[in-house]
Design a protein around this ligand. Structure first.
Ligand code: COA
Length: 172
């Protein structure tokens, strides 16, 4: 099974919203509960909000599209202050996890900003598989937000990777 990684097109916001809801439930229901996950994903991934991000040329809004046309992955990054890439989202459908899509999406989300010197993201402190994935790709924990996106009871850690050092920009 292959997948093409490309910029999202206007009109795909509802499909991305559904994809994010599916992955959020699969990833976080056990820890946060189904109702809380529904509340978060409905608020954060509302189609009009996603549409504004797709339309924003300053944002790198990526999707992974499978051969059958289904969206199976998504990443979004943006440049903060001219030198720091913020990875706001990186999600792969459970059935497609472990097949290299996360690595490819992350590499594309970084390649969009070749002059940046740091990659930065926040990940929920209890999301151990994602933390191991990011460590595998060379990111290291650098801090602790204590909260994430206004949900103050969900602690998150900050992870970073320098990009301009030898090999820093590589995700292979
Ligand atoms: C985290 C996520 C994006 C990773 O994407 P993926 O497609 O499953 O990962 P890949 O197949 O590209 O893996 C890349 C490398 O990381 C490793 N890796 C992936 N998950 C890992 C884990 N849980 N523990 C250790 N290594 C892991 C892979 O083995 C691979 O290394 P290798 O090439 O040396 O074998 C994906 O699993 C996901 O969407 N998870 C649920 C949502 C989530 O938590 N997103 C992050 C929110 S901040």
């Amino acid at each position: 099974m292959t997948a093409e990684i490309r910029r999202a097109r206007p009109g795909e916001e509802t499909a991305v919203s559904r994809l994010l809801a599916e992955i959020w439930h699969a990833t976080h229901d056990a820890e946060l509960g189904r109702d809380k996950v529904a509340e978060i994903t409905t608020k954060w991934h509302a189609p009009p909000l996603l549409r504004a991000q797709i339309d924003d040329p300053a944002k790198c809004f990526l999707v992974a599209e499978a051969d059958d046309g289904r969206l199976v992955g998504h990443a979004m990054s943006w440049l903060d202050g001219g030198a720091t890439i913020n990875l706001l989202r990186l999600y792969v459908l459970p059935a497609r996890q472990g097949g290299g899509l996360g690595r490819r999406l992350l590499a594309e989300a970084v390649a969009a900003y070749p002059a940046a010197n740091v990659l930065r993201l926040e990940v929920q402190a209890q999301n151990a598989p994602a933390i191991r994935f990011y460590e595998r790709l060379g990111l290291r924990a650098t801090g602790d937000t204590g909260e994430r996106g206004g949900f103050t009871d969900i602690p998150a850690i900050v992870m970073e990777k320098p990009l301009l050092l030898a090999g820093g920009g590589s995700f292979s």
